[in-house]
Design a protein around this ligand. Structure first.
Ligand code: TYC
Length: 113
């Protein structure tokens, strides 16, 4: 944020002319928004396929993948990662393409955190 300081008048100026100074009052470091990538449950996608998705696209080890897959299976949905908009979009596309190629109805979406 910028703040404009104007100096004029006899009490704080030297020659009667205006002297303007622009100072930074607060650093303007607005962080980009983050997006949650969500995996949704369904009745048909095999558990092993979901585990493979989590390992392949989200860098999880086998134990973590089984754990998250079971969370989705039991609760209906789970956050599988948090990313920038571009990375989240890429993950969703990769998962949806992979599921379609294998003819599974697995759904993956993203939402702003
Ligand atoms: N509910 C599926 C089954 O019983 C397994 C499953 C888990 C499907 C997670 C999708 O995101 C999912 N075969």
């Amino acid at each position: 944020m910028q703040h404009l300081i104007m100096m004029s008048g006899p009490e704080n100026d030297d020659d009667g002319g205006d002297t303007s100074v622009v100072v930074e009052t607060r650093p303007k470091t607005k962080r980009p928004p983050l997006y949650k990538v969500l995996l949704l449950n369904d009745d048909f996608t095999p558990m092993e396929f979901v585990v493979a998705v989590l390992e392949r696209f989200f860098g999880m080890n086998h134990a973590q993948s089984v754990e998250i897959m079971l969370t989705v299976h039991q609760k209906g949905v789970a956050v599988v990662g948090v990313f920038s908009h571009e990375i989240a979009e890429t993950k969703v596309t990769q998962v949806m393409d992979f599921a379609r190629r294998h003819q599974h109805p697995l759904q993956c979406t993203m939402e702003r955190e």
